[in-house]
Design a protein around this ligand. Structure first.
Ligand code: GRF
Length: 210
């Protein structure tokens, strides 16, 4: 059994995709042991409650520095078994202490085809605004391992979606979420659960077809 701890900050659509894939049997042998939200009152927290998943709140603003925040996050997660930590729409930067504690066991979903449209400030709707501003014809989502830099660790999966001439940032975000994020995040978790992802320096190798 692979126990997940899922970190959230907003609407929780990526959390919901994991919950739904576990419920429909696609993600066999996986369970969500707990959820940590970066602020109170998120709909992600409500989704966890409806699914009977315990949820804790740890606010970055409650901690003076990154080290104190890291220790608070490590303390919060210590309540649960965490074979894999999944950042699902999570917006706080995790520091080196947290990343070291869960080395090579933290994955993130980013709403662009890395290395495009990423880094500090480029989260939520902003990668889609940047994609439209640049005029790209395709964009998409990336699942990657987390290191101590924003959106920087070894890439696991990517999925492209077309950018339409009449797209708004909102219509593009919805397509990326529905057709890319909510497909490749559960897929990456399944590959990890099956032990089929090997890291090779800057890159990953996925064993078998996927
Ligand atoms: C998603 O595009 C996610 O990639 C980004 O925020 C959006 C909402 O995520 N970080 P969620 O609904 O909270 O999972």
């Amino acid at each position: 059994m692979l126990d997940l701890v899922v970190l959230v900050s907003g609407g929780g659509t990526n959390l919901q995709a994991i919950i739904d894939r576990i419920a429909d049997g696609t993600l066999a042998g996986v369970r969500i042991a707990g959820v940590v939200a970066s602020r109170p009152g998120t709909f992600a927290e409500e989704r966890a409650r409806r699914a009977g998943i315990p949820c804790r709140i740890v606010r970055r603003g409650d901690y003076g520095d990154l080290s104190a925040y890291d220790r608070a996050m490590i303390q919060a997660l210590s309540a649960w078994p965490a074979g894999l930590v999944v950042l699902a729409g999570f917006l706080s930067l995790l520091g080196p202490e947290f990343v070291a504690r869960y080395a090579n066991r933290i994955i993130n979903i980013h709403p662009s085809l890395l290395p495009a449209f990423c880094g500090p400030g480029l989260y939520g709707i902003r990668p889609h605004e940047a994609a439209l501003e640049y005029g790209v014809r395709v964009t998409g989502a990336t699942v990657h391992f987390v290191d101590e830099h924003y959106d920087h660790g070894p890439i696991i999966l990517q999925k492209a979606v077309p950018v339409r001439q009449d797209d708004t940032p909102q219509s593009l975000q919805l397509r990326v979420m529905q057709e890319a994020e909510q497909v490749i995040l559960p897929q990456a978790i399944a590959l990890y659960a099956a032990g089929r992802i090997k890291t090779n320096g800057r890159k990953t190798i996925i064993e078998g077809d996927y």
